[in-house]
Design a protein around this ligand. Structure first.
Ligand SMILES: CC(C)(COP(=O)(O)OP(=O)(O)OC[C@H]1O[C@@H](n2cnc3c(N)ncnc32)[C@H](O)[C@@H]1OP(=O)(O)O)[C@@H](O)C(=O)NCCC(=O)NCCS
Length: 193
């Protein structure tokens, strides 16, 4: 059946090269995850807030290495990508920022993030989401980024607003968490905003 609208981004733009290191404000960089980051990932998923909002627990470094390998396969599949947030351009991860549900055809993706408890409160999440969004809506060429969080996650709502994601509405009873169904805020930012 003939298409009336071309893909927003042609297939291959992501997997055609390596996953890049991205600059972020305040001297931060976003780099691909390394298998040697496994201990940090285990520490992150021991945090009750990360467990609650990301609906996952990790018990061992072996599980963390599998998770990191799965994150790194997303780039080749062009369905997502995950970066470690670091100071300078290498170093120990302070947090994670990611794209999920990347659809190059429609030019859309969803942004996700967490910051290690010891690194919170210093603007890392806002800088990381800002750096990722600039690249995703700029060089990569996505048209629209969505960001969703439980209405009970006030910190995440502040991150979204400060990174330029306008609140578009409430999705009622939209995602099952360990403590039940949560209403979710839908935020979004589009190319050129
Ligand atoms: C949400 C999270 C990523 C914020 O990371 P961070 O680096 O500490 O955030 P920042 O320092 O960039 O702060 C962003 C804003 O959140 C606010 N904030 C931080 N903790 C807060 C809290 N518990 N309640 C309300 N606001 C909070 C900050 O005051 C700041 O807003 P302001 O500039 O208007 O004062 C971090 O708390 C986290 O990883 N939480 C657990 C996982 C999670 O919630 N992930 C997102 C799922 S959608």
């Amino acid at each position: 059946m003939p298409r009336l609208v071309p893909p927003v981004i042609p297939p291959g733009r992501m997997r055609g090269g390596p996953q890049p290191v991205l600059p972020a404000p305040d001297g931060l960089s976003l780099r691909p995850w390394l298998s040697s980051d496994a201990a940090t990932v285990v520490t992150a998923y021991r945090d009750p807030a990360i467990q609650l909002w990301h609906r996952r627990q990790l018990l061992t470094e072996a599980e963390a290495r599998e998770l990191i390998a799965a994150w790194n396969r997303l780039w080749q599949a062009e369905t997502g990508a995950a970066w470690a947030v670091v100071r300078g351009d290498q170093g120990e991860p302070l947090g994670r920022v990611s794209l999920r549900d990347v659809d190059l055809d429609t030019g859309q993706a969803e942004v996700g993030y967490w910051v290690l408890p010891a690194a919170r409160g210093g603007g890392i999440a806002v800088s990381a989401v800002t750096g990722l969004s600039r690249w995703a809506l700029g060089d990569l060429g996505l048209h629209r980024l969505e960001l969703m969080h439980s209405v009970a996650n006030l910190a995440s709502c502040r991150v979204a607003a400060r990174a330029g994601f306008r609140l578009e509405g409430v999705m009622v009873s939209a995602l099952l968490h360990a403590d039940g169904w949560h209403d979710m805020h839908l935020h979004a930012r589009t190319q050129g905003e």
